[in-house]
Design a protein around this ligand. Structure first.
Ligand code: KIV
Length: 284
């Protein structure tokens, strides 16, 4: 396949032409290869990997070292999509110089094309510093999972006129700071639509309705890799959880009952070599 890699200019062009942008998460080489093959525009190495890959109950414990590890795998599997590395909790909040260094590491060592970080007006100065270092930044407002404890849980944001207005002000501030795009997570559709119409940069929605300029879903949610309750905004395109468990069960039953490996799964040996080997065995 000879495909030109997606850039932030392509994403902007899609917004300007009202062509929806597609984005999915991926966390390793094989996952990235599959997403890339489907010609998804953007691959996000989300810190959601803390939950779906590592089994934590939030994204808070994820470290820079873990993000870099996963970013490198995804970078090796991606030739088409524009890649974004998520900045994990505490990699950008405490100190601006540290934020710039960590963002840079996601490009320099992680092989990403850009970074994403959570927050509105409170992170504008940090975002400006990262962009000044030549690193493209995607914003993320609405439900920001790294601060779910402060928000009182994984709750829809922007449900009142005041909080919707605040979200719009955050979005405008992130655009003015130079973000190339913004994720809107768990925001009522009319609010996300209004923000998307006010901004000149693309918005990518997750639980924010059809008025956004693009949509993102988490890899494991889309594939149905877990048998667990999902947020209402998830559409499951497959139920691989059952398919994969069925395959593992069939393997176990085949081995236990002597059906695997069969003749066709084994390597033959030339008859004369086999005869010689058996003769030697007998002589021992
Ligand atoms: O970490 C993640 O997967 C995300 C998406 C839900 C946008 O931030």
């Amino acid at each position: 396949m000879n495909r030109k890699k997606v850039t932030i200019l392509d994403l902007q062009r899609k917004k300007d032409r009202k062509q929806p942008i597609t984005m999915l998460t991926a966390y390793d080489y094989s996952g990235a290869v599959l997403v890339d093959k489907a010609e998804i525009d953007v691959i996000l190495v989300g810190d959601s990997l803390g939950m779906v890959m590592m089994g934590y109950d939030s994204t808070v414990p994820v470290t820079m070292a873990e993000m870099l590890h996963h970013c490198r795998m995804v970078a090796r599997g991606t030739t088409y999509a524009f890649t974004i590395g998520d900045m994990p909790f505490l990699s950008y909040q405490a100190d601006m110089a540290e934020a710039v260094r960590n963002a840079g590491l996601l490009l320099k060592e992680g092989g990403m094309d850009s970074v994403k970080l959570e927050g509105g007006r409170e992170v504008v100065l940090t975002i400006e510093a990262i962009i000044r270092a030549g690193i493209p930044v995607m914003g993320h407002i609405g439900l920001t999972p790294q601060s779910q404890s402060k928000l009182g849980g994984y709750r829809v944001q922007g449900k009142t006129a005041v909080s919707a207005h605040n979200l719009l002000q955050d979005a405008l501030a992130l655009e003015a700071a130079g973000c190339f795009s913004i994720v809107l997570e768990a925001v009522p559709e009319p609010v996300a639509t209004a923000i998307s119409q006010r901004l000149t940069i693309p918005t990518i929605g997750i639980g924010a309705g059809a008025g956004c300029d693009g949509q993102v879903l988490v890899y494991h949610d889309l594939l149905g890799l877990f048998d667990k309750k999902l947020p209402r905004f998830v559409k499951q395109y497959a139920h691989l959880d059952q398919t994969v468990t069925d395959a593992f069960t069939a393997f176990r039953e085949d081995v236990v009952n002597g059906r695997f490996p069969a003749k066709e799964h084994t390597y033959p040996m030339p008859q004369d070599e086999l005869d010689a080997f058996l003769k030697e065995l007998k002589a021992e």
